[in-house]
Design a protein around this ligand. Sequence first.
Ligand SMILES: Nc1nc2c(c(=O)[nH]1)N[C@H]1C(S)=C(S)[C@@H](COP(=O)(O)OP(=O)(O)OC[C@H]3O[C@@H](n4cnc5c(=O)[nH]c(N)nc54)[C@H](O)[C@@H]3O)O[C@H]1N2
Ligand SMILES: Nc1nc2c(c(=O)[nH]1)N[C@H]1C(S)=C(S)[C@@H](COP(=O)(O)OP(=O)(O)OC[C@H]3O[C@@H](n4cnc5c(=O)[nH]c(N)nc54)[C@H](O)[C@@H]3O)O[C@H]1N2
Ligand code: SF4
Ligand SMILES: [Mo]
Length: 700
Amino acid sequence: MAEMKHTICGMCAVRCPITVHVENGRPVWLEGNANDAAMGKSLCAKGGATFAQRDDKQRPLGPLLRMGKRGEGQWREVSWDEAFSFITSKLEGIIAEHGGRAVMMSDRGGPFADLRQAFMKAIGSPNYMNHDCTCGRNTHHASRSVYGMGRKDFAYDYENARHIVLFGRNITESLRVKEVKSVLKGLKNGAHLTYIDPRFSVTAGKATRYWQIKPGTDYALLLAIAHVVVDKGYYDAEFVERYVTGLDEFRTFLGPYTPEWAEKETGIKAKDIEAFCFQINEDRPKVIFHPGWMYTRYRDSFYASRMLHILNALMGSIEQKGGLFYVKGAKDAGKKGLKSIAGSIPAVKEERADGCGSRYPYFDTSGGMLHLAFDALDKADPYPIKAYFIHRHNPLIALPDPVEQRRILDKLDLIVSVDVNYSESAWYADVILPENTYLERGDILRMEKGLKPGFGRRQQCVVPLNNTKAGWEIYLELARRLGKEEYLPFKTLEDIWAFQLQDTDVSIEDFDAKGFVKLSQDAIWYDRDKLSFGTESGKIELFNQKLESQGVPSFIPYTAPEEAPAGSFRLLYGRCGYQAHGQHQNNPILSQLLDENHLWIHPEPAAELGIKEGDLVEVSSGDVTGHIRARVTNMIHPEAVFMLHGFGTQVPLQKRALNKGLADQIFMQGKLTDWDKAGGGVNICQSFVTIKPAVSQELK
Ligand SMILES: Nc1nc2c(c(=O)[nH]1)N[C@H]1C(S)=C(S)[C@@H](COP(=O)(O)OP(=O)(O)OC[C@H]3O[C@@H](n4cnc5c(=O)[nH]c(N)nc54)[C@H](O)[C@@H]3O)O[C@H]1N2
Ligand SMILES: Nc1nc2c(c(=O)[nH]1)N[C@H]1C(S)=C(S)[C@@H](COP(=O)(O)OP(=O)(O)OC[C@H]3O[C@@H](n4cnc5c(=O)[nH]c(N)nc54)[C@H](O)[C@@H]3O)O[C@H]1N2
Ligand code: SF4
Ligand SMILES: [Mo]
């Protein structure tokens, strides 16, 4: 009889609740955790490849120390004791000479980051960063600028929506299982779906309206939509009167941005824009403008995202069925939340190397800005950085321009990668500390905010097959060896759980039945007559005086995106449903589903260039060149080419993925320092490439 264990999937950063069936210690079946009604038994393809990941031997199976030059791939297998001793003695030297601030860390953020943040605080460094400068930072900062609250402080009730509007939010492929299910239910219930993307994705195929917008012109389209909404009074006057400030300034600013004007910029017909606005007026307040997720793309994406956030307020869709709702925490349920481990350690007073909170007072310090930390590292300004912990993060893929990154990384005395794979970044590290795959480990408890807030637990379900350790073991041990045990005084994960739960009336056994504990049995909705927001005025601020005083204008005039130089194309990228960034290209199962990416190119330029479907083409930018097969299709805007992100790995021990397809980030030269001064995101859609048929149709 199989034992059913509830845990949290780790095959991507969405971290869905799942259930694993274990028979005689072996995992035999995996499914969604049906105790969570929104999840049901569903799983995505990546989740389904969990066992294959665990069984795969083309991964680091024990700690490794670099022998040759960085990136050369000469590793020595060492014991955990030797790996820890090596790291500790390096860190002791660095901290003695330069202080704790000379150590930085980047990870993939999320609900388990508290322990790593605690570790960084314990060693006296303010330089914890997450991945978000190339993900959701623009949207996050845009949300803060309008609501005074972060992007994750709201969630969306797609199921009951009448109209879902997605600007390049490829919700069915760049997916979260619960979200896709909720959107599909909404569509079944008759919701309209307007999808805007220069590329016809799977989500476009589900849409009731699709606009193939000229790349980089979302802001123009949004200005025109806002213009019509404000001009024609297509907004919720009562909600706006009560909760929104700055409408007059906004109206004046929007004056010139008519649909006729936007048609010239975006390629979308003025009459279609007007028809859309008419329709959302009928559908409101149950209208959701998704504010973008990976919206770190263009230099005005912060402002485009601001428009999306503002449009939600104008629709009156806040704290509204079929619209947006505040995610509720423990306090809303009248309960105590999990005790923060990092929060219990005294604050580090040093300035952050990336300048968040000091040079850039308006940037959220909680996740920092990794590209700015790279710049600080490069220039030793404001101070030298000597060691870098890379945890569940792969900056050589996630940040642009790996050549430039390696030049900067070479200034470090120590690079430690904690990963389950030989990622490109692990391959460039000095030490690889392999983490247990997620079924083989537990993590700290997480807060699960929502209409019914609760706590969730990832527990160890099976034994590790290899000489690997859980992240919590690694950081507790390093802290102990560095003499920082007073800050992290735990021996086991159970000790940590007990610490986190100490002020709650929840015990760890309460997680056994369902895998999570709800703090409220009923959905919590706020009284719509008594909403408040995190801004200085407590209202939704279209015009944000505080940001203005810090040098960030609330409204900026539209400037058309830089045109692709003659003969070149704008490089776009994205995801498919069965890969997560560059993580699973070498997974024994997922590599069979799709082993290489293709270059989407429109038939007209393809014909001019003499390129046919399936041809091998040469992609170039500056001195970087690579080869990839063409997919000739009118599903991509003629001014752009598109490729899936995450392919083209160069790590020899990832044998199934080695040199399969092409990496997009290698063509983003100079983009490490090309970022949005208002939103902070890296402008990675501002890269151009030239294309020509390959000299030989054989891959070398
Ligand atoms: N050019 C370009 N750049 C991009 C993007 C793009 O589309 N194009 N996308 C951007 C976006 S949206 C994001 S979020 C970032 C994502 O960038 P990353 O966060 O770097 O990407 P991931 O692939 O999620 O995972 C990072 C690493 O975690 C490792 N890992 C997986 N599971 C575990 C585990 O259980 N434990 C440990 N320790 N490690 C594990 C993986 O092997 C991988 O090396 O990239 C961004 N950068
Ligand atoms: N299967 C799977 N799911 C994932 C992930 C994964 O790696 N794999 N990653 C997760 C993460 S970390 C994130 S951040 C999200 C990202 O989710 P999304 O933000 O939806 O991200 P992408 O897939 O990067 O991009 C979506 C689309 O943006 C389009 N685009 C490019 N330029 C423009 C433009 O100018 N205007 C408009 N309107 N669209 C444009 C691209 O053509 C692409 O189809 O997905 C999450 N879900
Ligand atoms: S989306 Fe898929 S891979 Fe990601 S956590 Fe959920 S089931 Fe796992
Ligand atoms: Mo992301």
